[in-house]
Design a protein around this ligand. Sequence first.
Ligand code: PEP
Ligand code: MG
Length: 581
Amino acid sequence: MAVIKGIAASPGYAVGKLFCIEKKRPEPVANPILKKNIEPEQKRFKDAVAVAAQQIRDLAAKLKAELGKDEAAIIESQLLILEDELILDSTLCRIKEELQNAEYLFTKSIAEVVSRFHDLQDSYYKERILDLRDVEERVLRILMGLDHNEVVGPSEDCIVCANELTPSDTAAIGTTNVLGFLLEEGSRTSHVAILSRSMGVPAVVGLGEALTGLSDGDSVAIDGHLGELIVTPDKEIIRKFKLLYHKESALNEKLAHLKDVPAETPDGHRIKMFNNIELPIEVDKALLCGSEGIGLLRTEYIYFQHGSIPSEDEQMEVYSEIVKKMDGRPVVFRTLDVGGDKVQRYLGARKEFNPFLGWRGIRFLLANPALLKSQLRAMFRAAAGGPSKIMFPMITGVDELRKARQICRECCNELAAESIEHDPDVEIGIMVETPSAVAIADLLAAECDFFSIGTNDLIQYSLSMDRLNRRVSYLYQPLHPAVLRFMKSAIDAAHNAGIKVSICGEMASETRFAEVLLGLGFDEISTHAVQLPKVKQVIRWTTMSEAKQLLSDLMSFSTAAEAEAHLDEYLIAKKSVRKNN
Ligand code: PEP
Ligand code: MG
């Protein structure tokens, strides 16, 4: 039995067998060929290149129709790699001279070009390496008869284990038969972590190389609260984990009575409790937990599940289904937030060297107006079925907001001209998740209808910590003085302008911060479904003056560690007072 420490990414306990997802790159081995087979081997290679070229052309055509010619050009440029003499001719020559199989020699040709590009020390060429790798994998899969690298989920209850999973992998795995997640990479705010919390399954991430020795069927236990993985747990541990699991379920049941009571402090301060969701299937759970609305619909997951760009009508159907199910409760649709860790080639998003500072959120959307328009039109149409709001991600300046609002107006004018039912009076808001948005919060608040603070990114950008990098995950510090000041100043700016402000980052789902959020003055808190009753319970126990005092104490500290220690002491003292009363 071994205990491995990682990052606690989603609370809960699970025991079960491992289901390992290996996203291995194809690795060809050298196989000698006979002289008489030179030509057939060269032909086999040329045929594979032709198939790869056709696949790339098909993809480019699809992108051209959906996103425009600029996006198609990016993928089309990969065709040049296939024609490059350093790759094509060199592989054909090598087959003749080295008498080895095509896949092995093709990899050698690619490796040579990659090493030249590395030597050039130029970011343009470094970026081309990604294209080379992409083309390499495509051709190798054809030569080696391997399927497209699609991830599939377990067919029976298992704990899913992987090096890393992109949001689209997670969407492909789905929610069935998944007892929990274990990842080598990742942090509390990576999307697997977020999705696990939405699903209500435990996740431990950032486990590093400790996962390397594990394989399918190995027995493990996960403690998502402490961030621990126990390999081959003994009978006693299995019994303990099963007990903990049942205890937790019992607590959730105990809090079920809070479903229909308001999140109101004893001194009459009312907070709205919303949920974050990624997919329509989560709506039922949100309602079951007493959600008063959807505070954040991450629409990108609907795209990922679809596997290609859904049409306006297809999107409208999904959005309408959510609005209908919410039955009069508001739904905040966030427009696509791709880029960063959510890279989808079919959307034209690409892996970048500095992805979180790159072509992400509103930047990507404004560069793809056709895509944005189809999404906005679908949202305005769905809004005719019930209260809805539209929110833009990654706003850094007023010009982005103005451009986005202009496109909203164009969509509504077009829909009106086409006599298509829609609601033109949808509130338009923004995610406040960049330091620049905080600095100009007064200017932004004057031109939008609401704010939603995205602490995952706000913490990432204000503390310059990559939210996916486990080496710097210790810097995820919601109580850092910079973060507290940023939140306070954005909330004050919103209130001065007379608009409401909500929180939809992970911090909102952590019960220990609920009083802090109350003290900060949030009007709405959007959590994961399972956390909603727990956060509500804290609000119902805390007066506004207590929360304000706590916040002012926390804001007086110079470091996050001091503030954390104070909060710990405060919560312990409060718990014991409650016990004795
Ligand atoms: C955030 O940044 O806090 C947020 C809610 O958005 P996402 O996690 O999707 O980036
Ligand atoms: Mg964000």
